[in-house]
Design a protein around this ligand. Sequence first.
Ligand code: HEC
Ligand code: HEC
Ligand code: HEC
Length: 108
Amino acid sequence: MSAAPLPKKVLPVVLGITSVLVLWIAWGSVCDPEAMWAPGHLSRSHTKVVSCSQCHEPFHGPSAAKCVGCHSEERFARGTTPEVGQRHLVFIREQRSCLMCHAEHRNR
Ligand code: HEC
Ligand code: HEC
Ligand code: HEC
C-alpha cells in the first residue's frame, strides 16, 4: 500500500493545527510550567522554590545534589531535632540519595 499524497487543501489545516499546538505548549511552558509539565503540586514547604531547575537537572530528572544545595550539612546541624539532623548528616556524607525516601509533587 502506498501513501496517497495529501490533498492540497488539507496542508494549511494541518500546519494551522500544528502551530496552534506548538504555541499552546510554548505559552504554557513559560507562563505556568508547573501546570504544564509537573505531575502534581510541590509540597507545601517547597512552594517558595520558584524554579523547576532548582531540583531538576535538565534531561536527568531530580537531583539529590540539588537538594543538598539547600538542605546543607550546616542547615541540618542547626535545624530539626538532633536525631533527624544527625541521621541526615550521615546521609549527606554517605551520599545516599534523598530521592530514595523523599517524594515530591504529591499535592501536599
Ligand atoms: C523541591 C524539588 C522539586 C522542584 C522545585 C520540582 N520538582 Fe519535579 N520532581 C522532584 C522529585 C523529588 C521528583 C521524583 C518523583 C517522586 O519521587 O515523587 C520529581 C519528579 C518530576 C516529574 C516526573 C518525572 C521524573 O523525572 O521523575 C516531572 C515531570 C517533574 N518532576 C516536573 C517538574 C516541573 C515541571 C517543575 C517546575 C514547575 C518541577 N518538577 C519542580 C522534585 C522537584
Ligand atoms: C531552593 C531551596 C530548596 C531546594 C532545592 C530543596 N528544598 Fe526542601 N525545603 C526548602 C525549604 C525552604 C523548606 C522549608 C522548611 C525549612 O526551612 O527547612 C524545605 C523543606 C523540606 C522538607 C521538610 C518538609 C516536608 O515537606 O516534609 C523536606 C523533606 C525537603 N525539603 C526535602 C527536599 C528534597 C528531597 C529536595 C530535592 C529533591 C529538596 N528538599 C530541595 C528548600 C529547598
Ligand atoms: C533513609 C531514608 C531517608 C534519606 C536517604 C533521606 N531522608 Fe530526609 N527524612 C527522612 C525521614 C523519615 C524524615 C522525617 C523525620 C521525622 O520527622 O521524624 C526526613 C526528614 C527530612 C527533612 C525535614 C527535617 C525536619 O524535621 O525539619 C528534610 C529537610 C530532609 N529530610 C531532607 C533530606 C535530604 C536533602 C536528603 C538527601 C541528602 C534526605 N533527606 C535523605 C528519611 C530520609
